[in-house]
Design a binder for this molecule. Structure first.
Ligand code: AMP
Length: 219
């Protein structure tokens, strides 16, 4: 059965890091809508040109455009054995659309990473990404990217004035998705306020437990 994983959680919860690790160890594609959009902005595609200002302001893009992007991506054959979605869905409308896209493709395992707000604010203030390839920088990288050597920069939308707005948008638009999914047998909450390796292990255990159909052992 396919392993279809959705990561939920506020900005700074560790979705990017954990979905990257999970996707790598399980040989699945990681599909991060923020990364797709940042690439489009960098490449100055029509979508990127339209998206840049809203992203810099920490606002959400329209549901239709996001549902289109994810629908196209999930139609590609590399997602047949499963995927890890990071940053989508972000509204209940997107979550309903994802159910329609997934119809007949096996259940979604939904992992909600919970982190206290003061910790999120501290993490977002410290977060750096590579200005060239966009990868998230772990703390041991001091000033340049360990992958491509590019300069480490702060994401525009991680700046002081924008972060509070992004958290507000999260509570208003995205948090209701937890209610949308929480009654499903494949929904799990994990504690994201722990060392990254501990979170990785608990995510692994949560996905394994949530994706085992009663009476059927997963290899
Ligand atoms: P992220 O890297 O996931 O924090 O996304 C960066 C920005 O991209 C967000 O603040 C939004 O402006 C936009 N974005 C990413 N995913 C979505 C989505 N599912 N719906 C609407 N906007 C999105």
């Amino acid at each position: 059965m396919a392993l279809n994983v959705v990561m939920l959680g506020p900005p700074g919860a560790g979705k990017g890091t954990q979905s990257e690790r999970f996707a790598r160890t399980h040989g699945l594609p990681k599909i991060a809508t923020g990364d797709i959009l940042r690439e489009a902005v960098k490449a100055k595609t029509p979508m990127g040109l339209a998206a840049g200002a809203a992203m810099d302001a920490g606002e959400l893009l329209g549901d239709d455009v996001m549902i289109g992007i994810v629908g196209d991506r999930l139609a590609r054959p590399d997602t047949q054995a499963g995927f890890v979605l990071d940053g989508f869905p972000r509204t209940v409308t997107q979550a309903s659309a994802l159910d329609r896209i997934m119809h007949g493709r096996g259940p979604l395992v939904v992992i909600d990473i919970v982190v206290p707000e003061d910790v999120l604010l501290r993490r977002l203030a410290a977060r750096r990404i590579c200005g060239a390839c966009g990868v998230n920088a772990p703390v041991e990288w001091i000033s340049s990217c360990g992958v491509c050597g590019g300069p480490l920069v702060t994401r525009t939308d991680d700046s002081d004035g924008i972060v509070a707005g992004r958290l507000k948008v999260y509570h208003r638009e995205t948090r209701p998705i937890v209610e949308f999914y929480s009654g499903r047998p494949t929904f799990r909450t994990i504690d994201g306020n722990l060392p990254p390796d501990v979170v990785t292990a608990s995510m692994d255990a949560a996905v394994r437990e949530a994706s085992v159909v009663p009476g059927e052992a997963r290899a």
